[in-house]
Design a protein around this ligand. Structure first.
Ligand SMILES: Nc1ncnc2c1ncn2[C@@H]1O[C@H](COP(=O)(O)OP(=O)(O)OP(=O)(O)O)[C@@H](O)[C@H]1O
Length: 690
């Protein structure tokens, strides 16, 4: 079978000398990567070689056909097109794929280096571990099936049917894109959701490392991990090929094109919730050229819509609130990362801290809510950080039991470790800034950047908030514990050690400035001044924060809101006092806030948002279970309409409630077999089920 290069050469051989010159003229005029000087003395062979090196075999055929048609060489164009179609047999594909073997190996080696180790903690204080050593299997389920766009009606009906009957089943990430034995089909586009810190990024990294180490999914030729966090930094326009060469190869010509064929190329977009550019799927702006410059947003939309690299596999991960940014009809399969089950929690501590794992685990088991929270891996990590030093002491009654309590303890543990580190220094720095001043500065940075939607920032942003990260500076101790520093194109970029830590510090800042100055950063300046004379400044703050969080399209203030509300409880504040001795404790009346949230729940249409509001009530230790029951029995949250991801969110809030742990009135729920099945974990954990 003739190779693509032979076919191209045959076509050019049929051109006269002056036609060849015209062909080359079109070529260099329309394509930046072909230089005029290169074409000056190029014969047919050189022309073909140069084109294939620049565009790859498939794209070269398309370009040649286009130019031949422009030159009115229609017969030649049709001949080339037909011969190429006929020649595209499996054998020929294999031959074409062969051309990608080298770059594929190089990419694997590069990704292996990048993903083999995972940073536990941050770059300064943490340490690198082999991902495979610490990786604990997660519980991942496949749930509702997405629709298909532009498919035949029958398939759409079938997929709707699947949507209703698709049973939730555990699924391994490594199998998510494999051809399924029963149907013979494969999922091309998967959207994986999961709450903050549940292990989406780690799952993605595990998938990549297994591929790079040549142990899984070897039929995929290229995997390109493009986290939104990184994509946000791309300014200006670029083509898909430029972007891939820049990120994954050392020169622009290393990967001139992408292989054709089902599932040979995979793009992984991690952290949709972190996307900071608009994704407008309604715009009818078809874009098909991998070599043409455009915006990053357009590249991603057209990849997802299958206009660009239509045969590619696409994996997107997102926190639940942002998942709706991608219309469901572009997705074949939804999956959800549920975190650790009880056995996996135990394995996590055993793998990550073999010496004290038993102690830590029995400690965690004593507190029901902490034990439940540990189904989220990031809590396991935070618990480990908090509990390791705590366990060195005798008393253990300080174990935090709420989300806010846990992060407060995390901050305390960081302060203690910092003090331990510097206690041997002969003379404390005379310019020492008090801890609360640093916290305020860090918090200001966290809040300002979170509001703007930035999760990565530069030295100037730190300086603007009065922070100095130079080694030995007065701030460096805590900052190096809180920040992750990376070099991106020779420039240092910073992010918090985990997004949830940024969300906590931002809430702490807003809480403190409200307490000290009655400030409310969510209202306009003049309004704020008048509000200071209002009664209930805390309620005004909460109300404004709830409204602001609900307005966000991607839920970027959801976790912040939960922390902010949690901080208003005296129990959490007394922990904080250890950190900030100047803090005056005051029992706050949060009933108005709870009532306001309940009113919002009644009006809220999005189930994800509603669930976050339930979480907020739980942070306020409100008796919100009544509220869930009311919503379920009124049909506002109907058992039939809840997706499994939504159920899991609901069950999680219910499990966290102290009240449900004492008693759970199943009879108050609308009776349905599905509801009973879903609520089993709650029933199992309650002392009295009615
Ligand atoms: N499978 C796992 N095995 C061991 N540790 C894990 C695992 N998954 C997550 N972790 C721990 O939890 C932390 C948070 O996980 P990860 O960043 O993957 O969460 P995420 O779901 O992407 O969160 P977010 O939505 O906030 O970005 C990791 O840094 C790691 O310490």
């Amino acid at each position: 079978m003739a190779s693509v290069k032979d076919l191209l050469l045959n076509s050019l051989k049929d051109l006269r000398e002056d036609d060849l010159k015209e062909f080359q003229w079109h070529l260099e005029k329309d394509h930046e990567c072909i230089k005029k000087s290169e074409m000056e003395n190029a014969d047919r062979l050189k022309t073909v070689d140069k084109m294939v090196a620049c565009f790859g075999p498939e794209e070269t055929v398309k370009i040649t056909v286009k130019i031949l048609k422009k030159m009115n060489q229609n017969n030649l164009a049709d001949q080339l097109e037909n011969n190429h179609k006929q020649g595209s047999t499996a054998d020929d594909r294999e031959a074409t794929l062969h051309e990608y073997t080298e770059p594929s190996h190089r990419l694997k080696d590069k990704l292996k280096q990048e993903y083999e180790q995972i940073l536990i903690g941050n770059s300064e204080t943490g340490h690198l571990e082999y991902l495979n050593d610490i990786y604990t299997d997660l519980y991942v389920v496949g749930n509702e099936t997405g629709g298909r766009v532009n498919d035949h009606e029958v398939i759409q009906i079938e997929s709707n049917h699947n949507r209703l009957t698709a049973k939730e089943k555990p699924i391994k990430c490594k199998d998510m894109f494999k051809v399924q034995c029963d149907t013979g089909r494969r999922n091309r586009k998967v959207l994986t959701t999961g709450i903050a810190g549940v292990g989406k990024t780690v799952s993605v990294n595990k998938f990549i490392i297994d591929w790079a180490k040549r142990t899984e999914n070897q039929d995929i030729v290229f995997i390109f991990p493009l986290p939104f966090r990184r994509l946000n930094l791309i300014k200006g326009e670029c083509s898909l090929m430029e972007l891939l060469n820049k990120y994954f190869f050392s020169s622009p010509e290393e990967l001139p094109s992408l292989p054709q064929g089902d599932g040979k190329v995979m793009f992984i977009f991690d952290g949709l919730d972190e996307c900071r550019f608009p994704l407008n799927f309604k715009e009818d702006d078809t874009f098909t050229n991998v070599n043409e410059k455009t915006t990053v947003s357009k590249i991603i939309i057209n990849l997802i819509k299958k206009h660009l690299v239509s045969s590619a596999l696409i994996w997107i991960t997102s926190r639940p609130a942002a998942a709706s940014l991608i219309p469901r009809n572009y997705i074949n399969q939804m999956t959800e990362v549920r975190g650790f089950n009880d056995e996996q929690k135990e394995q996590y501590f055993l793998k990550n801290s073999p010496e004290v794992s038993e102690n830590i685990f029995s400690h965690i088991k004593k507190s029901r809510s902490l034990y439940i929270m540990c189904h989220i891996p990031v809590f396991c990590w935070i618990s480990l950080t908090v509990l390791q030093p705590l366990l060195a002491q005798e008393s253990s009654d300080k174990t935090p039991t709420t989300l806010t309590g846990m992060y407060t303890s995390f901050l305390i543990s960081q302060q203690q470790q910092m003090e331990d580190k510097y206690c041997d220094e002969p003379k404390p720095n005379s310019n020492a800034v008090s801890f609360d001043q640093i916290i305020l500065k860090l918090g200001k940075l966290a809040f300002q950047q979170l509001e703007k939607g930035n999760l990565i920032f530069y030295k100037e942003d730190l300086e603007e908030c009065g922070l100095d990260v130079r080694k030995g500076s007065v701030h460096s101790g805590l900052c190096t514990r809180m920040f992750q520093e990376e070099k991106v194109s020779k420039r240092s970029v910073y992010s918090f050690v985990h997004l949830s830590v940024q969300e906590f510090l931002a809430a702490l800042y807003v809480f403190l400035i409200n307490k000290k100055k009655k400030a409310n950063p969510f209202v306009k300046r003049w309004k704020e001044i008048t509000q200071k004379f209002y009664i209930k400044p805390l309620f005004q703050l909460h109300k404004a924060a709830v409204d602001k969080a609900l307005q966000s399209e991607n839920g970027h203030l959801d976790l912040f809101l939960r922390f902010l509300l949690g901080l208003s409880l005296e129990s959490n504040q007394s922990d904080l006092k250890e950190l900030l001795p100047g803090l005056k404790l005051k029992t706050q009346n949060v009933k108005d806030t709870a009532d306001y949230i309940k009113k919002k729940i009644e009006k809220e249409k999005s189930v994800e948002r509603t669930i976050n509001l339930f979480h907020c009530l739980s942070e306020l230790r409100d008796n919100f279970v009544e509220e869930i029951q009311k919503n379920l029995s009124s049909g506002n949250l109907s058992a039939q309409n809840l997706s499994s991801a939504q159920w899991s969110g609901l069950v999680f809030v219910l499990q966290m409630s102290e009240e449900t742990q004492k008693m759970f009135e199943l009879q108050k729920y609308r009776r349905s077999d599905e509801a009973v099945m879903r609520l089993l974990p709650v029933i199992k954990n309650t002392r009295r089920a009615l």
